[in-house]
Design a protein. Structure first.
Length: 899
C-alpha cells in the first residue's frame, strides 16, 4: 500500500498554459512521476480582442496585473488588513491596457486591486485612469481622467481628477492643492449601520475645483432620519452661496399603494451673489398618491403660479391648468391616451384646438391630424428611420439611406424638387453636404475635414460641383497649452486666433488691423467685461445672473426686475427710463416710456385683443388698435385709429388654413392681395395684387415660376405672360449673377472673396442696341471687410468714391461728391463723432447723456450750408416709440403718422 502526495503548479510556455503535477510516495520514492498537461486558459480565450462596428475596427489590448520597475500599467498602493488583501502580482489576471481605433489610441492604468477573503471576493481597484483619445503626433492632447474609490466601502468614489501629467496617478496624496491638475473632486461620506445588515452611505461634502478657471465649489448636504437630503449648501469661490431646503412627508406604516417615504412637499432656495439675495419656493400637493398641484411663489412669496394636474388610471397627466393669485387668468391643456396608457391619441391646447395622433408599436408617430383636419403621415423602415412623410398640401418628402465606399449617404427629396445629400463616414463625421443648385443638373457642395481625433480642421465655402475650385477655411490647434489655442485661417486670407487662459477668452486678428478682443467671465460663468480697441464694457448682475447694468465709461444702462424675475425697468441715459407691468401669467400689460405709454389687453386664452398708445402730451400720439381671431386662433382682423385716422388689416384663409387674401387700409388707401393660389408643393402659384386709391382700383395678376431646385426663378404678368422679373443664375453662395427686371438685364460679378466687384444694368429695346443704364464697380478689402472704392458709369453720370477707415472699421475719410475732395470725421475715445469737415465741431456737454450731442460749432463750410443756424436747422419731434412725428425744415413742415 502506497501513500501518495501531489504537488501542482501552473506555468506558461510558448503562449500555452501548462499544469505540472508531481506525484510521489512518502516511503521509498519509487514510482514518483511528473505529469504535464497543456490546456487553454478559457478566461483569456473568451476575452474580446477586436470589435468591428460599422467598419470601425477597435483592437483591445490586455496586460497582466503585475508590479515591476518597468511596468506602469498596474501598481500597488498600500496593504490592507485581513480579511482584505491588496494584490501585488496577478500576472495571469488581465485587464484592458489600450484601445486602438482608426489611428487613435486610448490608454488605461490601474492601482490597488482589493479582494475580500471571507466570501465577498474581488472588490475592485482603488484607482483607475482612462486617457482621452490621442494619436501619433498629437500626444499633447492626452488628458487623464482618474477615479479613486474605496473598495472597503462598496467601491464608492472618493476622488476624481483630470490631468495632463500621467505621473500624478501614482501619487497617493492628491488633493485640491496638488500642482498639475486640471480639475479635482473630493467626496466625503457618512455611514450608519441599519437593521438587517443594511448600511446607509451618503455624501455629506463635495469639493470641486477647476484649476483652469481657479474656481472652487463646495457643497454640503444634511439628511433627515430617512437619509433623504433636507438641506444643500453650496458656495463658489466666495462669490456666491446657494441654500436649498427640502421638506418631505412619509407614511412608512402604510400598506400597498399607501406606503411612501420621501414624498416631496416643498423646495425652497436662497441664492446670494454680487451683494444680492433672491429666494424661490415651490410647494407640492398630492391626492390618490399622485402630484395634483405645484405652487411656485415669487421671490417675496406675495404671489404664486399654480399648476393643477389630473390623471388617468395609468398615472398619465390628462390635463394641466395654470392659474395665478394675481388675477383670473388661466390656461388649460389636456391629453387623451390609448386604452393601454402608452401613447397620446389627442391633445388639446389652451385655445381648445385638438390634434390627433396614431402610432406604430415602437411609439413612432404614423399620422397626426391638426385642428383643421389636415393629416400628415409617416413611414419608417425596420430600424425606425423615417422613409417617407406626406402632407396633403405639400406632397411627399422621401428619405434614402445608402452605403457608398464604406460611408453612409442620407438623401432627402423634398416635394418642391430640392434634393439634399449628407455624406457621413464610419465615425459619424459629416464630411460632405450637397443640395441642388439653380442651374439644371448643378449641385452646391460644402466639404469638411477632420483630424484623427474628430476635430474640424478644414471646411470649404459652398461651391458648384465640377465647376468651382473649392475655397478652404483652415483650423489648426496648438495643443501645447490647454485648452488648445485655435487658429482659423479663412479662405479670404483673414487669420484669427482664439485662446483661453483662466477666465479670459482672447480673440486676436493676426492680420488686418491686428485687433485684440478680450472677454472675461467670473466664477459663476457670467461675462463681466468685454474689451477691444474702443474700450471696456463691464457688466453687473443680480443673484440669479440677470444683467443689472452695462457700463461703458460713465455711461451706464441699467435694468431692474420684479419679484418674478421679469424686466421691471430699463434706463438708458440717452432715452430715459422705461417701466413694465405684467398680468398674473407674465404677459406685458403696460409699457411706460419718457414720452408716453402703451397698454395691452388679452382675452381669456392669452391672445392680444387691444393695444393702446398715448403720448404724455396727450396730442402727439393717440392709438387704439383691436385684434380679432377666428376659432382656430388665427389673426383675421386688425382695426384701429391713429390720431383720428383709421387703420386696418384683414386676413382670409381657406379651409386648409392657407392665406388666400390679405389687405391693409391706411391714409385713405387700401392695399390688397387676393385670389392667392398654391401649387401641390405648397408654394404660391399666382395672386392678384391691387390698390384702391381715390375711387380707382389698380391691379396686377402675378404668376410665379419655380426652378428645378424649388427656388423662385420668375414673376410674370399672368394675363400677358410678360416676364416682370427673372433670375438668371446665382453662384454657390446664392449671390445673383444674372437677372432681368422688365427690359433691364442685370449682370453681377464677384471677386475671388465673393465680394461684389461689378454690377451692370443694360436696357434692351427691340430693334435697338442695348443701352448701358448703370454700371457700378466695387473694390473691397476682404480681410478688413471694408469697401475701399466705388465707381459709377452710365446714364446717371460718372463718379468715383474712395473710402478710408480707422482701425475700428469707422469711416474717417470719403470722397465728397460735390467738391471732389476728401471729407472726414473725427472720433473720440468713446466712439463719438466730434468733428465733421462739412459742419464743424460736435459737442457733448451733458454729463448725464454722454451720447447725445448738445451743439455744433459750425465751421466755414457749415456756415455756408446753414447761414442762419437758428432757423435753418431741421427740428424733428419724436413720439414715445422714438418715431419722428414731424420735421420742420427749410422747405416747410412734414407731418408723419406712424401706425
Amino acid at each position: 500500500m502506497y501513500d501518495f502526495s501531489v504537488l501542482t503548479g501552473d506555468f506558461g510556455f510558448n503562449n500555452t498554459m501548462n499544469k505540472l503535477l508531481l506525484l510521489g510516495t512518502e516511503r521509498n520514492h519509487k514510482g514518483d512521476k511528473a505529469i504535464r498537461m497543456s490546456y487553454i486558459d478559457v478566461s483569456k480565450a473568451t476575452k474580446i480582442n477586436q470589435i468591428n462596428q460599422n467598419g470601425i475596427v477597435t483592437d483591445v489590448i490586455y496586460k497582466g496585473l503585475e508590479t515591476s520597475p518597468t511596468n506602469s500599467f498596474y501598481s500597488k498602493m498600500k496593504g490592507e488588513a485581513y480579511p482584505y488583501v491588496e494584490f501585488e502580482n496577478l500576472k495571469n489576471q488581465l485587464a484592458v491596457s489600450q484601445l486602438k481605433q482608426a489611428g487613435r489610441t486610448q490608454d488605461f492604468v490601474y492601482a490597488g486591486l482589493v479582494s475580500h477573503l471571507q466570501g465577498r471576493g474581488i472588490l475592485g481597484f482603488k484607482k483607475i485612469a482612462r486617457s482621452s483619445w490621442y494619436a501619433q503626433g498629437l500626444e499633447n492632447t492626452k488628458i487623464w481622467s482618474v477615479i479613486q474609490t474605496d473598495p472597503l466601502r462598496n467601491g464608492i468614489p472618493i476622488m476624481e481628477w483630470t490631468t495632463r501629467d500621467a505621473s500624478l496617478f501614482y501619487q497617493n496624496d492628491i488633493n485640491e492643492n496638488t500642482t498639475g491638475l486640471l480639475s479635482f473632486k473630493n467626496t466625503e461620506y457618512t455611514s450608519a449601520k441599519l437593521v438587517y445588515g443594511v448600511e446607509a452611505l451618503v455624501p455629506t461634502k463635495i469639493l470641486e475645483k477647476d484649476f483652469i478657471k481657479a474656481t472652487t465649489a463646495t457643497t454640503t448636504t444634511k439628511y433627515d432620519s430617512y437619509y433623504l437630503p433636507k438641506e444643500h449648501n453650496q458656495s463658489i469661490t466666495g462669490l456666491s452661496s446657494k441654500k436649498t431646503e427640502f421638506v418631505y412627508e412619509h407614511n412608512d406604516t402604510g400598506l400597498g399603494k399607501d406606503y411612501y417615504v420621501g414624498r416631496l412637499l416643498s423646495k425652497q432656495e436662497e441664492v446670494t451673489a454680487y451683494g444680492d439675495t433672491k429666494k424661490s419656493k415651490t410647494e407640492f400637493g398630492y391626492a390618490n398618491n399622485l402630484l395634483t398641484t405645484q405652487k411656485t411663489y415669487n421671490q417675496d412669496e406675495s404671489q404664486y403660479i399654480l399648476d393643477t394636474y389630473t390623471y388617468d388610471g395609468f398615472g398619465n397627466v390628462t390635463s394641466k391648468t395654470i392659474s395665478n393669485s394675481a388675477d383670473s387668468q388661466t390656461r388649460t391643456e389636456s391629453a387623451t391616451y390609448d386604452d393601454k396608457g402608452r401613447f397620446v391619441l389627442k391633445k388639446k391646447d389652451a385655445l381648445g384646438l385638438e390634434s390627433e395622433f396614431t402610432y406604430n408599436d415602437w411609439g413612432q408617430v404614423l399620422s397626426q391630424k391638426n385642428p383643421l383636419g389636415i393629416t400628415e403621415s409617416f413611414v419608417y423602415d425596420t430600424w425606425g428611420k423615417i422613409l417617407k412623410s406626406y402632407h396633403p398640401l405639400q406632397g411627399y418628402t422621401n428619405y434614402t439611406y445608402k452605403r457608398q465606399d464604406g460611408d453612409a449617404v442620407v438623401a432627402k427629396y423634398l416635394p418642391d424638387g430640392q434634393q439634399q445629400f449628407s455624406f457621413m463616414n464610419a465615425k459619424g463625421e459629416v464630411f460632405e453636404e450637397r443640395s441642388k443648385g439653380l442651374k439644371i443638373a448643378s449641385f452646391i457642395v460644402k466639404k469638411t475635414e477632420y483630424d484623427v481625433l474628430g476635430r474640424k480642421v478644414a471646411e470649404t465655402n459652398p461651391f458648384v460641383l465640377d465647376e468651382d475650385t473649392p475655397k478652404w477655411n483652415r483650423i489648426s490647434y496648438d495643443d501645447s497649452v490647454f485648452p488648445a489655442k485655435v487658429t482659423v485661417s479663412s479662405a479670404n486670407g483673414k487669420v484669427v486666433t482664439t485662446k483661453v487662459e483662466g477666465m479670459t477668452t482672447e480673440v486676436t486678428e493676426v492680420n488686418g488691423y491686428q485687433r485684440v478682443t478680450q472677454k472675461v467671465q467670473d466664477a459663476l460663468g457670467n461675462l463681466v467685461s468685454s474689451t477691444d480697441k474702443g474700450g471696456t464694457i463691464t457688466y453687473n448682475y443680480n443673484a440669479v445672473g440677470q444683467v443689472v447694468s452695462a457700463n461703458y465709461g460713465k455711461n451706464a444702462v441699467r435694468t431692474t426686475y420684479d419679484n418674478w424675475g421679469r424686466k421691471a425697468s430699463f434706463h438708458d441715459p440717452a432715452n430715459g427710463e422705461y417701466t413694465y407691468e405684467y398680468n398674473g401669467l407674465g404677459q406685458m400689460t403696460k409699457e411706460i416710456s419718457p414720452k408716453g405709454n402703451k397698454t395691452y389687453e388679452y382675452n381669456t386664452v392669452g391672445q392680444l385683443i387691444r393695444q393702446k398708445e398715448n403720448s404724455k402730451d396727450g396730442v402727439s400720439t393717440k392709438k387704439d388698435i383691436q385684434f380679432s381671431y377666428d376659432t382656430y386662433g388665427r389673426l383675421t382682423q386688425v382695426n384701429g385709429v391713429c390720431n383720428g385716422m383709421p387703420y386696418g388689416k384683414r386676413f382670409v384663409f381657406d379651409a386648409q388654413g392657407r392665406l388666400i387674401e390679405s389687405g391693409e387700409s391706411a391714409n385713405d388707401r387700401y392695399f390688397m392681395q387676393k385670389n392667392i393660389k398654391y401649387d401641390d408643393a405648397g408654394r404660391i402659384l399666382s395672386y392678384e395684387k391691387g390698390l384702391y386709391s381715390g375711387g380707382t382700383y389698380t391691379k396686377a395678376v402675378l404668376e410665379h415660376e419655380y426652378g428645378w431646385n424649388g427656388a423662385l426663378v420668375a414673376i410674370k404678368d399672368k394675363a400677358t405672360q410678360k416676364t416682370l422679373w427673372r433670375l438668371g443664375d446665382v453662384n454657390a453662395k446664392g449671390q445673383v449673377l444674372g437677372a432681368t427686371l422688365g427690359a433691364i438685364a442685370i449682370s453681377n460679378t464677384y471677386d475671388s472673396n465673393d465680394f461684389l466687384s461689378s454690377a451692370k444694368h443694360n436696357l434692351y429695346v427691340q430693334g435697338q442696341s442695348p443701352v448701358s443704364v448703370l454700371e457700378l464697380g466695387y473694390s473691397f478689402d476682404a480681410i478688413k471687410n471694408e469697401l475701399k472704392n466705388r465707381s459709377r458709369n452710365g446714364s446717371f453720370g460718372t463718379l468715383k468714391e474712395n473710402f478710408v477707415y480707422d482701425d475700428n472699421n469707422r469711416l474717417i475719410n470719403w470722397t465728397n461728391l460735390k467738391t471732389g475732395s476728401m471729407s472726414y470725421n473725427t472720433y473720440d475715445e468713446k466712439g463719438r463723432i466730434t468733428e465733421n469737415d462739412q459742419l464743424g465741431k460736435v459737442n457733448f456737454k451733458n454729463p448725464d447723456q454722454v451720447y447725445q450731442n448738445t451743439s455744433i460749432d459750425l465751421n466755414a463750410t457749415g456756415l455756408e450750408i446753414y447761414p442762419d443756424a437758428d432757423t435753418a436747422l431741421q427740428l424733428i419731434s419724436y413720439n414715445e416709440n422714438n418715431d419722428p412725428l414731424y420735421i420742420d425744415g427749410k422747405k416747410g413742415i412734414m407731418h408723419l403718422v406712424t401706425v
